[in-house]
Write a protein that binds this ligand. Sequence first.
Ligand code: G1P
Length: 287
Amino acid sequence: MKIKKAVIPAAGFGTRLLPATKSIPKEMVPIVDRPAIQYVIEEAVDAGIEDILIITSGYKKAIEDHFDNFPELENLLEKNNKIEDLQELRNITNLANIHYIRQKETKGLGHAVGCAKTFVGNEPFAVILPDDIIYSPVSCLKQMTDMFDKYQSSIIGVQTVNENEVNKYGIVSGTKIDEKLYKVDGLIEKPPVGKAPSNIAIVGRYIIMPEIFDILENVKPGALGEIQLTDGLLELIKNQEMYAYIFDGKRYDTGNKLGYLEAIVDFAIRREDLGYKFRDYLKTIID
Ligand code: G1P
């Protein structure tokens, strides 16, 4: 089976980027000149995803506007012969079929993913956490869908983290079966430092079998008092195989201020139209 659907939970408040996120959804905060969520949607499309469900909440209308047509602006750009800008706007609108649903209560990531049950139906699907922007020549989700093609089981994107940071992540344990692949035998959400079974951390990319939905309906609040996706996945491995894949790529946690700044600088430097000048500028201010 191929992965054709992705779910992007985007209902959170983004408190780590306040005050900007008081009125701007954190997913819409720009990295250079495009909102963070556009990077992950492009990643999904690159992996062959055709339908994307964004789980939103009350004040996230700007996300829907960004992926919608804007006839007045398009007409103006056309009139002023700004053809490149016009094309770019149209490309955004045509990226994928984007669907929206509101998470009516913020009860945690597991609850948010559970809201996608009807959209997903009975097929394996991807979950992308939009705070985690991953730069890689072959996109992270493409690497993972390639793994899925081989194993036809749930695949979790992971990277190793410092031992003193395990309490920020879902942590997996398992048996190494290849240089970059583990067969998962345990998962724990945000274990205390010193109590984690490994330093292999979940990094915002999942391919999950649809049996997760029935499980999520019964998951009790766990870490932080929230319904955790990690707890649902732990239940899923009782009946199915699951793999953790150490993907290639640089990950930016754009949900916090330092990670956000790192992303802007790196993405700007990589840009053909800005990179040289920006690099020269940085040299003048760094001793
Ligand atoms: C979520 C997941 C966690 C994962 C992390 C990656 O946590 O619950 O398992 O490691 O994303 O970014 P959050 O960062 O939303 O607290």
